[in-house]
Every structure is written in structure tokens, then in C-alpha cells.
Design a protein around this ligand. Structure first.
Ligand SMILES: *Cc1c(COP(=O)(O)O)cnc(C)c1O
Length: 409
């Protein structure tokens, strides 16, 4: 992108906040309820007609609005609503958009919790989901029925790192009068889905955006109308289901968000370094920054280049046994932690087939290419990635994933 075009990190940087006493950080609102000087203003606030007035913190609070504003600036949407978790954001968005008898067409490679919600929970409310290969647009379009309301995908999918063609999907959504909802958790700053035509952009703030693995959080970014609807006291899913983030957490996430651009560049360059070398070593590695990735060229047309191809890569260790041996050894050598989640300063690795995607039945996992030896790496902020590479390579040789090289002497 050219410098005068939309840049998510610049938009965050350009916001200006002052605290109550001129502090350089906004004051934290440590209250669940708010007083009014006149009873009339309280009534107007209830009706949603008193801008800048707070009523009750499940509805909104100054700290949550500051964080929401910064995330909306990042995504280029009118506004945003923060939630207590990514799932809190996802479930309230879907329940706001769908009701009894409605249908969702979703990518089949999505976060396990989202998949379980669509597959196991929503049918209890009369909402059904058709799962499709999101990279095959004719398949997606054929899945759309008259009662379909939502087209759902992840920009970069979990855990297989497929790239969704958001512009093409937005065109399909528009043609059939659907809302395109995109979970952008894996690619903050790199992809700006709303700029490519998405109606609602969701993040789990738990991952890269907060970046310190100390809290869960979520956000839905969209139009003022949609976010107002979600917060409506009479029928808003966010207001009535109550996945409200605490003000103290909103304040701490806002502070971490300010360094996201620096962290993303480091995550991305470290991941690219490892992916290129692992591939040269003959390992089966999937990373959107590699030319061998089927979505590589598409990703280049969609991305804000300077933030790179992201921090996630997958490596196929062949079978679960070897994968487990490798992860345990890497943890033992302090190369990272055997843990789910992503976006931490340390590398995190796990086998999605038996963890974050275990909600997906075994035969479906197999069909989508999610083998039990597949390890997902969320590459950390390592200062010397070449050193990390050599230490990881040694682990791979020791567990028999790579052939041992002849000693140099
Ligand atoms: C973690 C994750 C979620 C769920 O977020 P929580 O904050 O754990 O509720 C949703 N989507 C993706 C892609 C994720 O990685």
C-alpha cells in the first residue's frame, strides 16, 4: 500500500487521549453505574438518545469505548464493541444477525469454538450452518439458500492458514444480501477486512492484539447502526447476553495495542525466517509467506505489506507421536511453550487436531487436511531467530523428523 492510503497502525497512533487530570492515558472508569443530574437525561440515555452519557457498564463504559474506538480506527469501521472474550464477540454478533429458521454459510476451517457453536449450539435455537470450502467460490455460492443471512470466515484460517478472498466473498454476500462476518484474529494490521468489503470484523483480543497472554477479550467492529443494535437495551445481543469486558482490562489492552505494529513485524519476520529454512530442509511447512502456499499470491493482493505474513506457521511432523516428542523437547530446551493460543512473546506450539480443533470430528479433520502430526507454531518475538532456528533444527534431528547431518569435523 502507498503511504497515503489506509494504514491501520497510523490510525491507532493518530488517536489522542487525555486522562481526567491531563494524564497521557485515559482515566479508568472504576464504576458499574453512573449518576445523572436530571431524571430526563437518564430516560434519554436508556432510549439511546444521550450521546456521551453513561448508564450502566454492561451497556458501555468510558474505558471500553476508548478501546473500541482504537480498534475501530485500526479496522477502518465506524465503531466497535468490545467483549469479554473472542467467543463473546462471535456469539453475540451471530445471535444479533440470525434468528429461528435462519442459516449461516461458514468456512469449514475455523476456530474450534466457533465451529462447535455453529454445529452444536445454534441448532438448539433453530439456526443451522452449512460448512463449505471458502476458497471455492462456486461451492460457497451453491450453499446459499433463501434463508441464509450470514457468510462467515476467517481471513487466515485456523489452523490450516487458508486465505479467504475477502473481496470475492464480499461480492457474493452483496449479491445475495448476506452479511459478511470475518474473524481477523490471525492477521491484525496485515489484513483490513472492512476495507475489502466485510460488514463485521471480529477479533479475539486474547491473541496478538493484547499479546501478553494475561487476559481474554474480544471485539466486533462494524457500522454505528449495527453496534448500536448490538447494544440496544431491548433486543441487543451484547447488552442482553452480557459478555462485557471489565474496564481495568480494557485499559490494559489499549496500552498493549499501541505496540502491536512493532510486535507484528517481528512475529512476521521471525515466522518467515523459520518457514523458509524449514522448507529448504525438506520439511512440510505451511506459511502464507512462502511461494508454495496456495494462497500466497492472493494474500499479497489483500495485505498491508509492511506487517508481513503473520506469526503462524504449521509443520507436519508425520504422526502424533513425533509431534509430541518434538514439542516436549522444544519446551525442555526453552524454545517455547507447549500451549494453545497465539501471539505471545514466546513461541507457542500445539497440535490442533487434539486441542483447539478437537471439536471437529476426526473424519472431518482428515478431509480438511488436519493430520494428527500437524503442529501449529505461533512464532515468538525471539531476538536472534537464526539461533532459534538452529536449536529447533537440532530438536528435529533428535526426534527423527530431520535426518542428522554429518558432524562438521
Ligand atoms: C482464540 C480464537 C477465538 C476465540 O477467542 P477467545 O478470546 O478465546 O474467546 C476465535 N477465533 C480465533 C481465530 C481464535 O484464534
Amino acid at each position: 500500500m502507498k503511504t497515503n492510503e489506509f494504514n491501520p497502525a497510523d490510525n491507532i497512533q493518530d488517536l489522542q487521549y487525555f486522562g481526567e487530570f491531563g494524564g497521557v492515558n485515559p482515566s479508568i472508569s472504576d464504576s458499574s453505574t453512573y449518576t445523572f443530574l436530571s431524571a430526563k437525561t437518564m430516560f434519554d440515555t436508556f432510549e439511546g438518545n444521550a450521546d456521551g452519557c453513561y448508564l450502566y457498564s454492561r451497556h458501555s463504559s468510558p474505558s471500553n469505548l476508548y478501546l473500541g474506538q482504537a480498534l475501530a480506527a485500526m479496522e477502518g469501521t465506524e465503531t466497535a464493541n468490545v467483549a469479554a472474550s473472542g467467543m463473546g464477540a462471535i456469539t453475540s454478533v451471530l445471535l444479533q444477525l440470525c434468528g429461528q429458521g435462519d442459516e449461516i454459510v461458514s468456512s469449514r476451517t475455523i476456530y474450534g469454538g466457533t465451529y462447535a457453536f455453529m454445529k452444536n449450539f445454534l441448532p438448539k435455537l433453530g439456526i443451522t450452518t452449512t460448512f463449505a470450502d471458502i476458497t471455492k467460490h462456486s461451492v460457497v455460492e451453491a450453499a446459499i439458500k433463501p434463508n441464509t443471512k450470514v457468510l462467515y470466515c476467517e481471513s487466515v484460517s485456523n489452523p490450516l492458514l487458508e486465505i479467504a478472498d475477502i473481496q470475492a466473498l464480499a461480492a457474493i454476500a452483496k449479491k445475495h444480501n448476506l452479511k459478511l462476518v470475518v474473524d481477523n484474529t490471525f492477521s491484525p494490521l496485515t489484513v483490513s477486512p472492512a476495507k475489502l468489503g466485510a460488514d463485521v470484523v471480529i477479533h479475539s483480543l486474547t491473541k496478538f492484539i493484547n499479546g501478553s497472554s494475561d487476559t481474554v477479550g474480544g471485539v466486533a467492529c462494524g457500522t454505528q447502526q449495527f453496534i448500536d443494535d448490538m447494544r440496544n437495551v431491548n433486543n441487543g445481543a451484547a447488552m442482553l447476553l452480557g459478555p462485557t469486558m471489565d474496564s481495568l482490562r480494557a485499559a490494559s489492552i489499549l496500552k498493549n495495542l499501541r505496540t502491536l505494529h512493532i510486535r507484528m513485524k517481528q512475529h512476521s519476520s521471525n515466522a518467515l525466517y523459520l518457514a523458509e529454512r524449514f522448507e529448504q530442509d525438506g520439511l512440510k511447512v505451511v506459511y502464507p509467506g512462502l511461494e508454495s502456499h496456495p494462497g500466497h499470491e492472493l494474500y499479497k493482493t489483500m495485505m498491508n505489506r509492511e506487517y508481513g505474513f503473520g506469526g503462524l506457521l504449521t509443520l507436519d511432523a508425520g504422526n502424533a507421536h513425533k509431534a509430541n516428542d518434538l514439542m516436549e523437547l522444544m519446551q525442555h530446551r526453552n524454545l517455547g511453550y507447549l500451549a494453545v493460543s497465539l501471539g505471545f512473546y514466546k513461541t507457542l506450539f500445539s497440535t490442533p487436531g487434539s486441542s483447539t480443533s478437537s471439536e471437529i470430528p476426526a473424519e472431518e479433520q482428515k478431509e480438511m487436511g488436519l493430520g494428527d502430526g500437524l503442529i501449529r507454531f505461533s512464532v515468538g518475538l525471539d531476538n536472534d531467530i537464526n539461533r532459534t532456528y538452529h536449536m529447533m533444527k537440532k530438536c528435529m534431528e533428535e526426534v527423527g523428523i530431520l535426518k542428522k547431518h554429518e558432524a562438521a569435523y
